[in-house]
Design a protein around this ligand. Structure first.
Ligand code: NAD
Length: 356
């Protein structure tokens, strides 16, 4: 039986994850959804941020549906004692190396963008970010004193197989889209980028129908706000991807609508093991008020169906229901132009479920 580990986490995590599970079970009643506590919810019960029970559940699952983790009272503690450690451990232990962030403007939300509506009209891109290598993980990584002077060092290192596997994720994704890959690097300065570009070019002939372009990261940052609708798939290393994926996300105007997938090396019965989550955080300012926008969690469930269960029809079914709801003017309060008609999280979920 297909099993999804549901890790709602903290803040608005449980509220929006509940909405996503509802849609998942509506389209796939055969999928078993089992829940475990992580993050601050676990710390408050005297457990570790990623407790053994959650790990066992994930080990036997086909995919993880994640909410978000983080509570203000743990700010300033060492990473291993903070809720965010759960996410760190999941990425590391399941080698979730490919972070996919689809960025689309939902119908009627063109005006929510910080760019002119005509620039974001038709925007539909996918950022593929390498998530387990590069400068965030390279060694040495330390602060030290040399000849009485303080200095700090971070190391950016990539091995060819790490680049090849993420490039393949990008090319394969492009095959199901508009068949264009933009690889972003800084090859005029960085050796890692020279290797990156060489490997991407070596992989490209395996996907003859996909057009490849290379952009330097500074130019890519500019083009994203100048001609965002022209991008299809953007593939880049960890730090560039961290920055560019947030820039791309804000083009849509609402953090509550954007899902993400983090895929690992493990294969499961019908696809690839992965973790699916909204890009936003725990939103402590609105937690428990039934006002959070569950769209990102719902669309994360769609990505789970697509990548881990290879169930494209039901993934598309959820995406279409969300789009229809937006086209019909259904809104939660943070993007509603008229707060009197804004729906609660539960009402919004009913509205989408009714359009499946
Ligand atoms: P945040 O994304 O939680 O909130 C930023 C703003 O966006 C807030 O005003 C919030 O109300 C709003 N917002 C976010 N999601 C929303 C939604 N679905 N509907 C409506 N409004 C929404 O970012 P933050 O305030 O910087 O971080 C809060 C906590 O979340 C921190 O502890 C942080 O570490 C954690 N965090 C976790 C993750 C994760 O689990 N992946 C990601 C980012 C931040």
């Amino acid at each position: 039986m297909t099993m999804v580990a549901v890790l709602p986490g903290d803040g608005i995590g449980p509220e929006v994850t509940r909405a996503a599970v509802r849609l998942l079970q509506a389209v796939r009643p055969d999928v078993e959804c089992s829940e475990a506590i992580v993050g601050g919810a676990a710390l408050e019960r005297g457990l570790a941020p990623f407790p053994a029970q959650a790990r066992e559940l994930c080990d036997s699952a086909d995919a993880i549906l994640f909410g978000s983790v983080g509570l203000p009272q743990y700010d300033g503690k060492p990473l291993a004692e903070r809720p965010e450690y759960a996410l760190f451990a999941l990425r590391r232990d399941y080698e979730l190396y490919a972070n996919l962030r689809p960025v689309r403007v939902l119908p009627g939300l063109e005006h929510a963008s910080s760019l002119k509506p005509e620039l974001v009209c038709g925007l539909d891109l996918l950022v593929v970010r390498e998530l387990t290598g590069g400068i965030y993980f390279g060694e040495p990584k330390e602060q030290r004193t040399v000849d009485g002077v303080e200095e700090a060092v971070d190391t950016m290192v990539y091995r060819a197989p790490e680049i090849e596997r993420i490039a393949r994720v990008a090319f394969e994704s492009a095959c199901g889209r508009r068949r264009k890959v933009t690889s972003v690097d800084k090859q005029n300065i960085l050796e890692t980028s020279r290797l990156w570009r060489r490997i991407v070019n070596a992989v490209a002939p395996d996907y003859p129908d996909v057009q490849v372009e290379h952009l330097l990261v500074d130019n890519a940052a500019m083009q994203l706000v100048r001609r965002p609708a022209e991008f299809d798939v953007i593939v880049t290393e960890n730090m560039f991807g961290d920055i560019l994926s947030d820039e791309a996300a804000i083009l849509t105007g609402s953090i509550g609508t954007l899902p993400s997938a983090s895929l690992g090396t493990r294969t499961v019965a019908n696809g690839r093991f992965g973790l699916y989550e909204p890009i936003g955080g725990t939103a402590p300012d609105i937690a428990g008020k039934d006002v959070a926008n569950p769209t990102a969690a719902m669309l994360s469930a769609a990505l789970l169906l697509r990548y881990s269960l290879s169930d494209e029809p039901n993934a598309a079914r959820i995406e279409r229901a969300v789009e229809r709801a937006y086209a019909d003017g259904v809104r939660t309060v943070e993007i509603s132009q008229d707060s009197a008609s804004a729906l609660t999280t539960r009402e919004f979920t009913d509205a989408v479920a009714g359009r499946l």
